[in-house]
Design a protein around this ligand. Structure first.
Ligand SMILES: Nc1ncnc2c1ncn2[C@@H]1O[C@H](COP(=O)(O)OP(=O)(O)O)[C@@H](O)[C@H]1O
Ligand SMILES: [Mg+2]
Length: 542
């Protein structure tokens, strides 16, 4: 009797939880777990969207980011782009509804993927300051600029808008978002400053104008006018599909037979392969997809596993490429040597991916302590959870001693170097929704290690050459000190002229040639950049 009553009592308490309510209580899942990180995440979500939208519209991105301190722990975040803009009717949903976006249902290399980025930032602003987000957007030169203020109805997970109006905006097109958030600003490795700098390194086609809360402005001008190749959208590969997704696809497909379902919903499945899958699964190719039971779906999974299917298409990704990686590093890091590697496409769980690496060495990079690791996924810097990331694991499991850096076993190497790793994929396997670290798939770790080894070998060769030439120079310098004495004694035992002897002996050392070679090894570009910088500093002083 009492048990029944309890169930009724529970029933009265049971109700739906909106996704907005869930994230209101679990903001750490989305990268808003502390005040410093909250500032970074808010900026990052807006900038990532700006860059995605510009690239999709084939516009060279120019993004203006401004942080204004409003109170001790209160900041206004302003991000403005020159992208395609957002249609008026869509603005409220984009910013005021969680899990709403254009990318989730498409397998394509993008910065955003879940549709929970910018709306989460708006939710965080609302929770901490009570202020709505202010959005202005314009979709073309002849079009009006639309302004509105957006907040989120948390129980309904739907937008509330206010103050909708058309405003004057000189821009041809673009989107501007302003949010007021409770946060803290601090410089350093996990700062907004660092995120902006790394974004400039990994996106050499982007111009970013950034003003930090101290009113210091940095302008990162693009170093190439070449937009990244457009990443193509692909269908899932059978090897990557899970049973639940397979059943949903079977349920929702337009195809009338299992055979045509397989060929139309997946990549790399032609008629022959589809027949083979059916055969290996013990299912008839003309079965109706909607009538397939759970058990049959499991058999289908087994059939897929048993069938040899060619790897997914690899032209769907848009890696950065070796020369642009180096250019990106050169524009921001002052080193004496740079190298890079872009691996061929590989596959994990049916998802194609590309690993790229870069190394910068020497110059102005501090020599004490561990190397700096720069991690990127689909051109987005990853600043948190370095220790939990597959990229870091791959670096520590690579033997850097052979390449001229010091390293204790399974540790991050030590020396004046920056190591950059980038993963481009149609679906990046993050360890959480906050998108901070890569999951440890063996296929991915293997590829990263191969890329690191390629870069490592180039670095090792450079360090060897440099050490050899430096030693030559040291020997020449040492010998040079004895020339006067040697010339004296030689002049004493022969009739030769002492001055003449000294000159000839000096010539034998080939010092100018060695010096020239050293300069050559140490990367002329670096020297030239140093000269340019000196000149600029002098000009500034005048
Ligand atoms: N600055 C922008 N310009 C154009 N479209 C945008 C912009 N910001 C967001 N969007 C659109 O809003 C959607 C939702 O953004 P978001 O919540 O960050 O999710 P995601 O980026 O994961 O798709 C995007 O998919 C995109 O279509
Ligand atoms: Mg996004």
């Amino acid at each position: 009797m009492t048990e029944e009553l309890k169930a009724y009592e529970l029933a009265r308490k049971q109700r739906e939880i909106s996704v907005a309510e869930f994230f209101e209580k679990n903001r750490h899942l989305l990268g808003f777990d502390n005040k410093r990180k909250a500032l970074l995440t808010a900026v990052k979500e807006a900038v990532d969207n700006s860059l995605d939208a510009c690239e999709e519209a084939k516009i060279l991105p120019e993004v203006i980011v401004e942080l204004v301190q409003m109170g001790e722990e209160r900041f206004r975040v302003i991000v403005e782009d020159n992208g395609p803009g957002i249609v008026k009717a869509q603005i409220p949903k984009v910013f005021g509804k969680l899990l709403y976006g254009s990318k989730f249902h498409h397998l394509q290399q993008k910065r955003g993927q879940q549709g929970i980025g910018i709306s989460a930032a708006v939710l965080y602003a609302q929770l901490t300051t009570g202020k709505p987000a202010r959005v202005t957007s314009k979709i073309g030169p002849g079009e009006p600029a639309q302004y509105m203020e957006i907040s989120i109805d948390i129980q309904g997970n739907k937008p509330d808008t206010a103050n909708e109006k058309v405003v004057e905006w000189k821009k041809e097109r673009g989107t501007k978002i302003e949010m007021e958030v409770e946060a803290s600003y601090q410089k350093g490795l996990q700062s907004v400053d660092e995120y902006i700098k790394e974004t400039a390194i990994i996106n050499p086609h982007v111009t970013i104008i950034y003003t930090n809360p101290k009113a210091e402005q940095s302008i990162y001008s693009r170093s190439t006018d070449q937009l990244p190749a457009e990443p193509k959208e692909i269908k899932p590969h059978p090897y990557g599909v899970e049973i639940g997704i397979l059943m949903r696809l079977l349920d929702s497909t337009q195809s009338r037979s299992l055979q045509s379902f397989l060929t139309s919903e997946f990549s790399r499945v032609g008629d022959g392969t589809a027949k083979e899958i059916c055969q290996n699964a013990g299912l008839l190719p003309n079965m109706k997809p909607g009538e397939i039971t759970r058990q049959q779906a499991e058999k289908l999974m087994e059939g897929i596993e048993k069938t040899k299917i060619i790897s997914p298409p690899t032209d769907c990704l848009s890696p950065i490429g070796e020369s642009l990686i180096e250019r990106g590093m050169k524009s921001v890091i002052n080193a004496e040597f740079y190298c890079s590697t872009s691996r061929p496409t590989s596959v994990y769980r049916g998802n194609p991916f590309v690993i790229e690496c870069g190394v910068a060495f020497g110059g102005e990079i501090p020599a004490d302590g561990a190397v700096t690791i720069l991690r990127f996924a689909n051109r987005v810097p990853l600043l948190y959870q370095q220790g939990a990331c597959a990229m870091t694991e791959s670096i520590t499991k690579t033997g850097w001693k052979a390449y001229g850096l010091s390293q204790s076993q399974n540790a991050i190497p030590v020396g004046p170097a920056v190591i950059l790793v980038h993963m481009a994929s149609v679906w990046v396997p993050f360890t959480s929704e906050a998108k901070e670290a890569l999951a440890h798939y063996p296929e991915i770790i293997k590829e990263i290690k191969l890329a690191l080894q390629e870069c490592g070998r180039k670095l090792g060769m450079y360090i060897n050459r440099k050490t050899r030439v430096t030693r030559q120079l040291e020997r020449a310098n040492l010998f040079e000190r004895y020339i006067p004495e040697l010339a004296d004694s030689l002049a004493g035992i022969t009739d030769a002229d002492r001055e003449d002897l000294a000159k000839k002996l000096a010539a034998m050392l080939h010092k100018p040639e060695i010096k020239a070679q050293l300069a050559h090894e140490e990367n002329k570009e670096y020297d030239e950049k140093k000269k340019l910088k000196l000149k600029r500093d002098e000009d500034a002083e005048e």
